[in-house]
Design a protein around this ligand. Structure first.
Ligand SMILES: *Cc1c(COP(=O)(O)O)cnc(C)c1O
Length: 361
């Protein structure tokens, strides 16, 4: 049901962002499009197919279900599962030629023996997954030990603080640790060595031959302190409408908990979008929406399915008018900043009940 709360997504913009990123990377580095979490809310099948048509041959997801959706959509290239797949699902990995990240030696042991395509994760400082990069000799031993139980296609690590200037030194250390492992197994000629996310790819000296790009493809920033390369634009616009308009008198309250107390007469619009749609309740009383190009502050608490905004200063606002919750100019990054989180969280949280409309079609 379009007309209540919906996303307008420009696949063309995502493809354009992909081409811009590619142009900023050396030719020796292939782009792996990270389209986990439904392509950060943009629609994994649509984004996967379009990027494949644009020439991308590598994709990353977080789990087996996401990988299988891409195969269903006709994505034929490399698909790397970055996270955990239960060992009992090994045959699906083989059948659909999905590459599995090996999170630890213990996990490799559990999956070994089926010639699964796999890449060892190396932990270079994040302490999330991977073999201990502080001991490159032990990494080498483990990788060689499993060389015949898997079809090993690479190793990778993940930078934990490449998104800010203060992280430069730490990121260089992470790259150096990764390189120490890569050098020890150079004779194995594994096809892929990768250690770059968006932040490390665009704002650091790139290393390896694959770059795992997520957030920049969608036109958002890894961190507020960064400036996006020229031409990169947010691909998503979230819209709703004014479902009711009324006057609230001085002294009255608005919303749950009587959280907003009107100090003067206000013109108030009700919008049919709430936290069940993924509009963060943290934006209560702090966020704003855009109506007729003007800012309308949120009044009181965001409800499950609705919210109220102040349109006193927007006299032309009327029942049925379109409302922008975020777009290319007022991005999810801007919304996120207001409430101390990141754009990633907000876009991944836009719920499935918000229909996605693909506007270039
Ligand atoms: C999510 C993820 C990425 C992509 O990160 P962005 O900051 O969105 O570019 C890359 N690598 C791994 C391992 C990830 O989990």
């Amino acid at each position: 049901m379009i007309g209540r709360s919906w996303l307008e997504i420009s696949i063309k913009t995502i493809v354009q962002n992909y081409h811009i990123c590619k142009s900023l990377l050396p030719n020796s580095i292939e782009v792996m499009s990270v389209i986990k979490a439904d392509a950060y809310g943009h629609g994994d099948m649509q984004v996967g197919k379009a990027l494949q048509d644009a020439g991308c041959q590598s994709f990353a997801v977080s789990n087996l279900m996401e990988a299988l959706r891409l195969r269903d959509a006709g994505v034929t290239g490399q698909i790397l599962i970055l996270g955990y797949t239960p060992a009992e699902n090994w045959s699906e990995l083989v059948q659909h030629q999905i590459t599995q990240a090996l999170l630890s030696e213990e996990y490799a042991q559990a999956l070994a023996g089926h010639q699964i395509m796999a890449q060892f994760a190396i932990d270079t400082g994040m302490n999330r997954i991977g073999l201990d990069g502080d001991d490159p000799a032990a990494c080498e031993t483990i990788i060689r030990h499993y060389a015949n139980s898997f079809r090993l296609t690479g190793i990778f690590t993940h930078p934990s603080i490449a998104d800010c200037e203060e992280g430069r030194e730490f990121t260089l250390q992470q790259m150096a640790k990764f390189k120490a492992v890569a050098d020890r197994i150079a004779d194995m000629k594994l096809p892929y060595l990768h250690c770059l996310n968006s932040a490390a790819s665009i704002w650091h000296e790139p290393y390896g031959n694959l770059s795992r790009l997520g957030i920049v493809l969608y036109g958002l920033k890894p961190d507020d302190s960064l400036t996006l390369p020229k031409g990169i634009r947010a691909a998503l616009t979230w819209k709703t409408v004014i479902s009711m308009i009324k006057t609230v008198h001085s002294g009255e309250f608005i919303g749950y908990g009587c959280a907003y107390h009107a100090k003067k007469e206000l013109r108030v619009a009700t919008l049919p979008t709430g936290y069940a749609d993924g509009y963060s309740r943290a934006l209560s009383d702090r966020g704003h929406v855009i109506i007729h190009g003007k800012t309308a502050p949120i009044l009181g608490r965001i409800c499950m399915d609705q919210m109220m905004v102040d349109v006193t200063e927007i006299p032309q606002a009327a029942f049925g008018d379109e409302v922008i919750l975020c777009n290319e100019d007022y991005t999810p990054d801007d919304m996120a900043k207001t409430i101390g989180t990141i754009g990633y969280e907000l876009i991944c949280g836009i719920s499935k009940r918000v229909p996605r409309v693909y506007i270039d079609e």
